[in-house]
Design a protein around this ligand. Structure first.
Ligand code: NAP
Length: 250
């Protein structure tokens, strides 16, 4: 049985690790190719876009894919819709592995934003020294905020357009609470911006902000395709795969 995992997340890698070596299973992970040196999962890996819904449908057929797992980041909205349409066209069962979003707890001062642009509009009345953790793509939304100073944390260096007053911190999670506390203090951050990515690896910044009494602008998730069965973690997705293996007589 050939399973294609649309990856680019810790969960996708954990899934590949969990099922790697299962007799009768061939697993390919697909990465978009955004990160210069990605952490590679075990099993086969292919890198780069498929060329839209048609390209993905063709790939599923040409490589005799029996099941598809959309384990992309919750903000990779386009790919999730492509996966749903291609799976339907090729007649391949699809599972979405989507980590649950974060929920505020007592003491949090969260401000919801529907988009990066809305986050940028909220910022001037919330603070002057911004810890921006939304990734290197989409910095253009903040480029006009020349009064504010930004600490931008990303895996690879951002390109223009970006805010004029910015310091870049190249790093990737998981992050620790002590590290996040130290970062906020050292850079005298007074507001944090994050996507509602969910998961434990990048959650400590939320705790550190709460402890320091800082506001956090939380960018809400884009819509996901309806009618796709969803699981919250790699363990459940691994079970879905091995159950299918049983049914397929593999
Ligand atoms: P997106 O906007 O949903 O997708 C844009 C295009 O990138 C897709 O149409 C597809 O090109 C290609 N693509 C996306 N994911 C792919 C994958 N796993 N394998 C092959 N092609 C892929 O995606 P994005 O937000 O740019 O995210 C790109 C990748 O980074 C994803 O793998 C995602 O899991 C990861 N990631 C994203 C974020 C985020 O905040 N967006 C954060 C962490 C990791 P074609 O149409 O040519 O097939």
């Amino acid at each position: 049985m050939h399973v294609l995992v649309l990856g680019g997340t810790t969960e996708a890698r954990r899934l590949a690790e969990a099922v790697h070596g299962t007799p009768g299973l061939r697993l390919t992970t697909s990465l978009a190719g955004r990160v210069a040196s990605p952490r590679l999962p075990p099993g086969e890996v292919r890198i780069g876009g498929f060329g839209g819904v048609e390209g993905l449908t063709g790939w599923l057929r040409a490589h005799h894919v029996d099941a598809l797992v959309d384990a992309t980041h919750p903000f990779a909205g386009t790919m999730s819709f492509h996966a749903a349409r291609a799976a339907e066209a090729a007649g391949v069962p699809l599972l979405a592995l989507r980590r649950p979003g974060w929920a505020p707890v007592e003491g949090d001062q969260w401000h919801d934003a529907g988009s990066l642009e809305e986050a940028a509009r909220l910022l001037p009345r919330l603070g002057r020294r911004v810890f921006l953790t939304t990734g290197r793509m989409g910095l253009a939304a903040f480029a006009a905020l020349d009064d504010l100073w930004f600490l931008v944390r990303s895996v690879d260096a951002p390109e223009a357009p970006h805010p004029p007053r910015m310091e870049v911190l190249l790093d990737r999670g998981p992050f620790t609470l002590d590290g996040e506390r130290d970062l906020l203090r050292r850079h005298r951050v007074d507001v944090v911006v994050t996507k509602d990515s969910g998961g434990a690896a990048t959650a400590p910044k939320l705790t550190a902000a709460r402890e320091a009494g800082l506001p956090v602008v939380v960018v809400r998730r884009p819509p996901a395709p309806e009618g796709v069965p969803e699981v919250p973690g790699p363990e459940e997705a691994a079970r879905w795969i091995t159950d299918r293996l049983g049914h397929d007589g593999g």
